[in-house]
Design a protein around this ligand. Structure first.
Ligand code: FEO
Length: 183
């Protein structure tokens, strides 16, 4: 008896997204290593922690495909690309990769709607919220580096930024979670 509850199109898209998440983890690992190499241990710590989050995202896709009776296809992970040339460049690259990731999550939302696959639609909503959070976090990073001087940030500002990021929480507060008491 056929127990696969995923269409071929959605199974392919979900498998691709699983690889995208693994690719994102590689990007964060590469940037974290670059930061550590350049003496920014706080930024490195933040990025290493985020690499783990991306691996968790990858696992969520893998588990979902399995639970819906689909076939998981583990493939090679694309290389993360060149190292950043500065902290500013690093944060800009992080933001760009999160925006690209959001676009591929939205594409799965659209596909699941088109197929009326409400289980997948429901599953992917977690990622819609997560991407809002990830983009907010990346925007916050860009704002912080802007305050520190952007591409021209001086060593003492970068030192303070690096120290702060070592203890920055992994999650950003979303507009929908804000209350009058907790702005
Ligand atoms: Fe899993 Fe940062 O997207």
């Amino acid at each position: 008896m056929e127990t696969n509850r995923l269409s071929a199109t959605l199974a392919k898209a979900l498998n691709n997204q699983m690889t995208n998440e693994a690719h994102n983890a590689q990007i964060y690992l590469a940037y974290a290593s670059w930061a550590s190499d350049n003496g920014y241990d706080g930024i490195a710590n933040f990025l290493f922690r985020h690499a783990n989050e991306e691996r968790n995202h990858m696992m969520k896709f893998l588990e979902y495909i399995l639970k819906r009776g689909g076939k998981v296809v583990v493939t090679a992970i694309p290389a993360p690309g060149p190292d950043p040339v500065s902290v500013n460049d690093c944060f800009e690259k992080v933001f760009k990769s999160e925006v690209e990731n959001t676009a591929s999550i939205y594409a799965i939302v659209e596909m699941s709607m088109a197929e009326k696959d409400w289980a997948t639609w429901n599953f992917i909503q977690w990622f819609v919220k997560e991407q809002t959070e990830e983009e907010t976090l990346a925007m916050d990073l860009l704002n912080k580096i802007k305050v520190a001087g952007g591409a021209n940030a001086k060593d003492d500002s970068l030192y303070a930024l690096d120290r702060d990021l070592g203890s920055t929480p992994d999650d950003a507060t979303l507009a929908q979670d804000v209350t009058v008491e907790k702005p």
